[in-house]
Design a protein around this ligand. Structure first.
Ligand code: BGC
Length: 765
């Protein structure tokens, strides 16, 4: 929250006689303060709290502000702002607008200023999908905390993050903003992000309100085309897509944003059942539901509302408290109430929630931005964190192709029941990485070599290209004359340089403008032309490391064959270069694991760990995926959770503290010994998957339930221990009731979703 030195003065602060207005009294409870203010408000003022515009201006919007007609404002340049640059927030403009609201309006209610602070603010961290690859709640929390501190300096009091759309559809560009495909991973990391943004207590200085978005099902857009309609039943929503939102709400997330899409014919901005009954009712969410950009207005385009007035009536009834930029509430709500078409209670509920948020965030006490200038460029400590986060997000896919983790040869690596341990992970001999300390001449080539902007990723409104430390600069700093730099503009020259170099690092992948909102693709291959260049480089037979910058899972089948090592680096942020070069040279080890399955192609979708059993499963020895294709294998190219590092790990036998677990109050421990069998220290992410064998509805074949990170020195054995409870097997049944059943379940522990050790347990009634 902003930490203003100016206290609230003028109209808003004291009554004529000098008594402090009751909603400002710290001795009253939150709800007493909320009700005190609400009882003073006219209908128009209540509607004002539900009205949000973009880029407020104290002069242009003077009447709106002084009449109490504006509850919140966002700073964004347009409807798909994540792909665009803007001029940043002007702190003086925020304070000027706030002064009008606080000093000139009758009740002096401050305006809440929001902006998309998605993966860092001025200090840009890896894209959320990259952060998710670190499988590290503490890291995610620290990046959000730092982003919040920088954002408050720019007058931002509310961010529209975390994005919690379960993402198993890589054609959809917005997977870059997501925390991956697994409800448990997205839920835990999302909750950590909420804690980072919001701090431990609402309204602490240097914190901002968070927003879990987009509620709900947006990740299921048809064909991966952004904004498409969504066909999904409530059972799948409850057992999968709603779960990270629930985790965020339980972590105290202040706000939730409705999704642009419909769910089985009902647009989310008009979805009374999911917003009002489930989120606000069943879950007891007392925060604010905000529309997405023009989401209320778009009810007209979606063909469920005749006009904006109708849209306003439907959205307020559904439980949308703030109308982002459509103007429908401001134009029509008061009149709809007066005409008896919208009950006053609905407007009261919305206004009450906005006021509650503002009081909780201590906006009345600190309405102004304390700083007079914007956040400066990243400080040294911020860069340290940005470098740590970038390196932690990198996923090593292969390191000498003969023993890559890929299942591209189609060989099935498990899970097989009854496996008595012995899963072995990683190359058996040293790969090309890490590069030797004295590697001779190293060429870094490709469009990302000297880039700034393209390494920041989508949704980096306040990042600056000049803040980015590029791969070329980092390589040059390390090797001086031994570094050869090439931007890859002339392929023929690149081949000359490859011949001169001892090792080539080819930087390929997507520009961020190919991912993010409204950027869907059908082809999951590298952008046009890049594969040809890699083929030509590879044909020269010299050591080749390929680094892939991407906002989505790509089909990397041929790339894995062409290169001696492949590293997925996502879009890493301001410390991209040093994090990459330090990792390639072994100062750091790649720590990431894939948070989304990498399918074989766009024709293989869906391809993820969300798959549930069909009536006719194909033999596991043939192809683990239930249905099959005639022309290709259906197993993923790279399984969820996979990633190598510079050492190897051996898995021992899966041990259970008991074979039976009582349904009520029971628990058991599953543990596995993991040995660092290589010659370098390393971090292993040991993953626990569960499967309920007989349930009331079809349950996932392999659902991530937990993970443990072990950092082990060479030769050292550690134990990953998981506490398993019936709650982890709980699910919503045909009547949408949460339950756990007696019966058999399969526990799978391993380094990814395909190579693992399993055991059966029985839940006893
Ligand atoms: C996006 C949201 C974003 C909002 C405000 C919309 O286009 O879908 O994710 O928070 O704009 O910028």
């Amino acid at each position: 929250m902003t930490t203003g030195k100016e206290s609230q003065q003028g109209h808003g602060g004291k009554e004529g006689g000098g008594t402090v207005r009751p909603w400002l009294r710290p001795d009253l409870s939150l709800e007493q303060r909320v009700e005190a203010l609400l009882s003073e408000m006219t209908l128009t003022e209540k509607v004002g709290q539900t009205h949000q515009i973009a880029n407020v201006d104290a002069s242009l919007n003077h009447d709106l502000l002084s009449s109490g007609g504006l509850g919140s404002a966002l700073t964004a340049s347009g409807a798909t702002a994540g792909n665009e640059r803007d001029e940043g927030v002007r702190v003086s403009a925020i304070n000027a607008a706030q002064r009008v609201a606080v000093r000139e309006s009758r009740l002096g209610i401050p305006v809440l200023f929001g902006r998309d602070v998605i993966h860092g603010h001025r200090t840009v961290f890896p894209i959320p999908l990259g952060l998710a690859a670190a499988w590290d709640e503490d890291l995610v929390c620290r990046t959000a905390r730092l982003a919040a501190a920088e954002a408050t300096q720019d007058g931002v009091a509310w961010t529209f993050a975390p994005m919690l759309d379960i993402s198993e559809e890589p054609r959809w560009g917005r997977v870059a903003e997501s925390l991956g495909e697994a409800p448990v991973l997205a839920g835990r990391l999302g909750a950590a992000m909420v804690r980072g943004f919001q701090g431990d207590t609402p309204g602490e200085s240097h914190t901002i309100a968070a927003c879990a978005k987009h509620f709900v099902g947006y990740g299921l857009v048809g064909g991966g085309r952004d904004y498409e309609t969504v066909q999904v039943g409530e059972n799948t929503l409850r057992n999968c897509h709603l779960r990270p939102f629930r985790a965020a709400v339980e972590a105290g997330c202040a706000t939730v944003m409705a999704a642009f899409t419909d769910v089985d014919g009902v647009p989310m901005h008009a979805h009374r059942h999911l917003l009002r009954e489930v989120l606000k009712g069943e879950w007891g969410f007392d925060g604010v539901v905000v529309a997405d950009w023009d989401g209320v207005g778009q009810l007209v385009n979606q063909g469920v509302a005749a006009d904006l007035r109708d849209a306003a009536a439907q959205a307020i009834a559904a439980g949308v408290d703030i109308d982002m930029v459509s103007g429908a509430y401001a134009a029509h709500l008061a009149e709809l109430v007066e005409a008896g078409l919208v009950p006053l209670d609905l407007v009261d509920d919305a206004a009450r929630r906005v006021i509650r948020l503002k009081i909780r965030q201590r906006l009345f006490e600190h309405p102004y931005v304390a700083s007079t200038t914007n956040a400066p460029g990243p400080r040294t400590e911020s860069r340290v964190l940005a470098r740590e986060a970038a390196a932690a997000s990198f996923v090593l896919l292969s390191n000498n192709p003969t023993r890559s983790i890929s299942t591209r040869d189609g060989t099935h690596k498990g899970p097989q029941e009854g496996t008595q341990g012995g899963a072995q992970k990683g190359p058996q001999y040293a790969g090309i990485l890490p590069l030797a300390a004295k590697p001779g001449r190293v060429l870094v080539t490709g469009p990302f070599a000297q880039e700034g902007e393209a390494l920041l990723g989508t949704w980096t409104l306040d990042g600056r290209a000049e803040d980015v430390a590029s791969p070329a600069a980092a390589l040059r700093a390390r090797l001086l004359d031994g570094a050869i730099i090439d931007d890859g503009r002339f392929n023929d020259r690149t081949l000359h340089l490859v011949r001169e170099a001892d090792t080539t690092i080819a930087l390929v992948g997507e520009h961020p403008s190919r991912s993010g909102e409204a950027n869907s693709v059908t082809d999951l291959g590298l952008p046009a032309g890049q594969l040809e260049v890699l083929r030509a480089i590879s044909a020269l037979g010299k050591p080749l490391v390929v680094v892939v910058f991407t906002g989505r899972p790509l089909d990397l089948g041929e790339v894995l064959d062409l290169a001696d090592a492949v590293l997925v680096a996502w879009h890493p942020g301001v410390e991209a270069g040093p994090a990459l070069i330090e990792t390639l040279f072994g100062d750091r080890s790649p720590g990431g694991r894939l948070p989304m399955t990498f399918p074989r192609s766009g024709g293989h979708l869906p391809s993820s760990t969300l798959a549930r059993p069909t009536g006719r499963p194909v033999s596991p020895a043939d192809d683990r995926v239930s249905g099959r294709y005639l022309d290709t294998l259906a197993v993923p190219r790279l399984p969820f959770g996979s990633g190598l590092t510079y050492t190897t790990f051996g898995y021992g036998t899966l041990r259970l503290s008991a074979r039976e677990m009582p349904l009520h109050g029971g628990s058991l421990q599953a543990s596995v010994e993991v040995t660092n069998t290589g010659s370098r220290p390393g971090r292993e992410v040991v993953q626990l998957y569960l499967r309920d064998l007989v349930a009331d509805v079809t349950r996932p074949l392999l659902e991530l339930a937990d993970w443990v990170s072990l950092v082990l020195d060479p030769g050292v054995t550690g134990t990953a221990t998981f506490a398993i409870t019936p709650a982890q097997l709980a699910y919503y049944d045909r009547t949408m009731t949460l339950r756990s059943d007696p019966g058999e379940a399969v526990i799978t522990v391993g380094p990814d979703a395909s190579s693992s050790v399993t055991a059966r347990i029985t839940v006893t009634g």
